[in-house]
Design a protein around this ligand. Structure first.
Ligand code: SF4
Length: 745
């Protein structure tokens, strides 16, 4: 499609129409073009922008409901200072200046008495907040301890990013023509002949700058599917082969596929010989995983595994779209490594219709991923990062060890916490009752959000109202590299109460605490600085309006477009796409893919499994929610009114559960209540529970905390079972039992 050159704002009848994109909160990692129809200070409706190639006018229900989020009566609109006990729901409205005074006083006190590392910045999922909170942590507070809030093993995408950098020095994703503004018409692009959809359901989740409908567009152009998932998803129901594996056995599937492809000689010998390192060791390791052994481990019939391996390896080009589910097991790194090896073994690296190495719309080499401002933290202080010694491969403060430090004061006490874009008690935090205690142990807790959350209610001393994406100017730029997208301006439409943007809060707090590192007079100057390498200012980018695409080349390793020295090869010390993890060798971790039983399973803990006989997987996405967001938006709650646990009818019948019953899901760590959904789409030995549940319209004060302890499935998940590199954790490989909620419960 042609870019439109339409203006960024115009009048249309009674409406002002603004072109922008949701980057972000609320929402997701994507950058769909939206048209915001407003009247005065009111957003009336949202439509998809047909001139943006990323989504071609399509929107999911979350963006279509954005006006309801912006104008929700539950929005925070003023800074709030706690005046009762924590959790009592007693607050006083204060000015921003008073709020900043409190932050400055407390931060300086902690810095003076305990050192800057006693302050932690606790983050939620990525997007603009990734670089903003890094700068806040490193430059404003001078602390090295930025940490994903109680998110065990930061088991979502970060493991992939670190692994890819360590093995071939780039970021890869499935090629659905997204690098080209003319999309499916681009003459250099071809659709994948086969796509493996592994551990995700993109038509619902639209993960990490990847729109699910792109797969459907490829299917219309002939792409056939292999789906690897314990649940029969919409895509699985349309697949040539569906591998319904036991949750947590993904590394065995990867090794089984590799073994078949190598032993049957289906690999791309030319690519392997010329561009990879570690083939012999990988072949030897994979040979331990015969189809029979993989069937025994994974419950996947060997015939299906063999069919999938042959179909993938003999269809060129072929792509793998990988999901977060891979990282939700302790051995998640092994699965990720196995998938990377599959790309390379089949020669599907950076080829049209394969798995392509993205490059940003504009390169921002001057902004290190997740580490803007890290130069402001002295080396000695950096060496004090929580987890620095235990997990040298991990970048930042390791969340399981951070939880431990906050609970025990070891290796040193954490006295102040800044939470932003996160709701750990209700969302991705493992062992949320310990997280509650950990936050309560802090002397001063700040929370920044659109809404009052259980985490803020229970633990915060100061709550700051964040502007939503329609209330701020920003840039959607590729600061990290893993969420590829062309450069665009984010345009403010309305002002709600006294809400401030993430950028503005960062700048104002930074100027208070460390003005030398925040030399900008206003947010626009800061945005100008961030995109200075483009040669454009923010206002010029806004006027341009259409997304900025950089030229994209396939097979960049052949042309010397990946390495800093301009030589052919990959951006690694040996110039190769490594089939193992060189950094793991150095720190004594198994550097090849391997299979390890989940820490609790019918195999590893057979006695415990007598009491908890079902494998528990969690966290499949809902149409209307992003993690714990949106439960207070009526039209989205209508789609998913209750948390649901999927149970096979045979399993339900054994324990007297009927469709729609409220049931307890319980294991040795805790229990929660969800509504039974009986379905044939899941194995009788497995149940699947929804995550991120709380009830924003219920009582906020303790003990209710918006009902956060009722349905939060993470109460069944301990902290501290991260993988050996510090990454990945068993969110999707637990055990449990289910039983009806009795009238006494
Ligand atoms: S995937 Fe959905 S929520 Fe995300 S940006 Fe696109 S329309 Fe919005």
């Amino acid at each position: 499609m042609e870019l439109s050159n339409r203006p960024w704002r115009w009048e249309e009848g009674e409406y002002t129409v603004t072109r922008t994109l949701p980057w972000s909160g609320p929402g997701c990692h994507n950058q769909c073009g939206i048209l915001v129809y407003s009247k005065g200070n009111t957003v009336v409706k949202i439509e998809g922008d047909p001139d943006i190639p990323f989504n071609e006018g399509r929107l999911c229900v979350r963006c279509l409901s954005l006006s309801k989020v912006v104008h929700s009566p539950y929005r925070l609109t003023h800074p709030l200072k706690r005046v009762g006990e924590r959790g009592e729901d007693k607050w006083a409205k204060i000015s921003w200046d008073e709020a900043y005074d409190l932050i400055e006083q407390n931060a300086r006190k902690v810095q003076a008495e305990y050192g800057p590392e006693a302050i932690t910045v606790l983050t939620g999922t990525g997007r603009n907040i990734s670089h903003i909170l890094a700068k806040l942590c490193y430059s404003a507070f001078g602390s090295p301890n930025m940490s994903p809030a109680f998110f065990s093993g930061v088991a979502c995408y970060a493991p992939k990013l670190q692994l890819m950098l360590a093995t071939f020095g780039g970021f890869i994703w499935a090629d659905c023509s997204q690098m080209f503004p003319d999309r499916y018409d681009n003459p250099n692009w071809v659709p994948p002949k086969v796509m493996i959809i592994w551990g995700n359901n993109p038509v619902v989740s639209h993960p990490d700058s990847f729109m699910g409908y792109w797969i459907v567009e490829c299917m219309k152009r002939g792409t056939r599917l292999i789906v690897i998932d314990p649940r029969l998803t919409w895509l699985a129901s349309r697949a040539e082969v569906w591998l319904q594996l036991r949750p947590g056995t993904d590394p065995a599937i990867a090794l089984g596929l590799i073994n078949i492809i190598i032993s049957e000689g289906l690999y791309d010998g030319e690519f392997v010989d010329k561009w990879t390192d570690g083939f012999d060791a990988l072949r030897e390791r994979a040979s331990e995983y015969s189809p029979e052994r993989v069937e025994e481990i994974s419950w996947v019939p060997k015939e299906k595994l063999i069919k999938a391996a042959r179909l993938y390896a003999t269809s060129k080009p072929a792509a793998i779209q990988w999901g977060v589910a891979m990282e939700h097991h302790q051995a998640g790194m092994s699965t990720l490594l196995g998938v990377q090896d599959l790309w390379a073994l089949t020669g599907n690296v950076d080829v049209p219709g394969g798995n392509i190495i993205n490059r940003p719309g504009v390169d921002y080499a001057n902004l290190p991923p997740f580490a803007w401002g890290i130069e402001d933290v002295p080396r000695d202080t950096l060496r004090n990062t929580i987890g620095y010694k235990e997990f040298p491969f991990y970048k930042g403060a390791q969340p399981d060890l951070m939880a431990e430090a906050m609970l025990t004061g070891k290796p040193y006490p954490i006295k102040m916490a800044w939470m932003q874009a996160t709701n750990p008690l209700a969302c991705t935090g493992a062992d949320p009752k310990s997280a509650y205690q950990a936050l309560r142990n802090c002397d001063f807790v700040v929370d920044v959000d659109l809404f009052m959350t259980p985490s803020a209610m229970a633990c915060a001393d100061l709550v700051l109202p964040a502007a939503s994406v329609l209330e701020r100017d920003s840039v959607r730029a590729e600061f990290v590299g893993g969420w590829w997208g062309p450069l665009r301006a984010v345009n403010k439409v309305v002002q709600i109460g006294e809400c401030k943007s993430d950028e503005q809060i960062l700048l104002e707090v930074g100027k208070r605490l460390n003005p030398e590192s925040f030399p900008w007079d206003n947010v626009e100057q800061m945005l100008d600085w961030l995109i200075r390498d483009t040669g454009m200012t923010f206002s010029e980018l806004r006027e341009r309006c259409d997304p900025v695409y950089a030229p994209f080349h396939y097979r960049k390793y052949e042309e010397g477009l990946l390495r800093r020295d301009g030589q052919p090869g990959f951006r690694t010390s040996n110039g190769k796409f490594n089939l193992y993890v060189p950094a793991f060798e150095k720190i004594g971790i198994d550097h090849l893919p391997y299979y390890e039983e989940p820490f609790q399973s019918p195999v590893s803990t057979p006695e415990l499994s007598e009491e908890y006989p079902l494998v528990l997987t969690t966290g499949a996405r809902s149409w209307g929610f992003f993690h714990s967001e949106h439960r207070q938006i009526p039209q989205l709650r209508e789609i998913d009114p209750d948390p649901e646990v999927e149970i096979h009818p045979d399993t339900a019948a054994e324990v007297g559960i009927e469709d729609g019953d409220w049931v307890w899901i319980e294991n040795n760590y805790g229990r929660c209540k969800q509504r039974a959904k009986l379905t044939l789409t899941i194995d009788p030995r497995v149940v699947h529970a929804k995550h991120g549940w709380w009830y924003p319209v219920r009582e906020g004060a303790e003990p209710s905390l918006f009902g956060v302890w009722d349905s939060n499935i993470n109460q069944l998940l301990p902290s501290g079972y991260q993988g050996p590199s510090g990454y990945c954790a068993p969110y999707k490989s637990l055990i449990c039992k289910v039983y009806r909620v009795s009238s006494k419960s």
